[in-house]
Write a new protein. Sequence first.
Length: 400
Amino acid sequence: MAKIPTSEHGAAESGRRLVRRNHAVRTAAYAYCFLVVGLIGWERQFGAPFWGALAASYLVLPHVLAMYALGSRDPRQAETRNIFADAMLFGLWTAALHFPTWIAYAAVASVMLNAIIARGVLGALVSLSLFSAGAALWVAVFGFERWPLTSDLVSALCFFGALGYTLSVGMVVNAQWRRLMSARDDLRAGEARYRLITEHAADLIAIVDQDARWLYSSPSYERLLDDADLHPGADAFRRLHPQDADRARAAVLRTAGSGTDQELSVRLTDRAGRSRDYRMRVHRLEAESGLKARLLLVSQAAPAGGGEALAIVGADGMVEAVNDAYTRLTGYAPEEAIGRPEGGLLDVGSARLVLRRRKNGESYRAWRSVRALRDAAGGKLYVIALAPENAGLSLPSGGE
């Protein structure tokens, strides 16, 4: 069996979560419908066929629809078809009950509300059409009758049921909107931290699309290439050796398709015509469904080991991001360093020689400087730069 690509697998799992959430909502809503429609059947003294159809429609069908969607290759698309199936079923039952006013209102409102959330205005129109088709099918087979009135109890249940369902859907949408806003704020804060660390690092860091066109390049590139070479949309690999450029483009495509990081050695020709050797890593960034992949390129001069060790630290003194040089100097991988305290934040200004300890317990002396900055949201951040005692340390300019 062919392996599902990482992005497709993630989309399928997201779709299954949607199906499970909708299954819980549908089961509760259909149980309420069973109560209301069953009350009508009891008042009108309908026979056994009515009760059998009622149980199959409102107690069994929700679970059948969920199993169908969960077993589908595209659960999200299958769940959309389930929403449209709801519309036709409600149309059939509205006609079967002879179009009682409150039942018709509650049924039409609920199925169109579901569809407009899932597929917009077009989805709502499709849902209305399917509702009408279900009602027309019943009329074509059994004829048209209209009993608009219902008992006070049934009317009240329809009113409060429709109101409660609308409010519950609104609460779900509001919760999703809040999560989206929170994710957007986190993304903005993350981008601010990302730029702080990349724009002061010696490594060459860039983002390209899957066609190997520039989307972003760190200022460290400007020391090597002209502006025309770095213009957004330009070929990111035009200054690589031709053989290396072909391999780099192939690595970008492989990473975009599989999600697996690629590493390769490349030769870059700078603006003065000198050839420089780098070790490049290609990493795929997450993208919204339907959008092209974005690739992160991190290139380090070969042999690796140069560059200042940088850490982004929050106002609480906890590390939020580090670069590769920090890992090489301290021994702490990014996932180990993040969340650890990095004291001495008040010591903003010129470099100081300090005694530190690596992960393995070894002591070493390093030049340490701190620069205070503000992130996109106005919060205070610190850039901490480290360099071994026998190395120079250039404090980034423009601190508070």
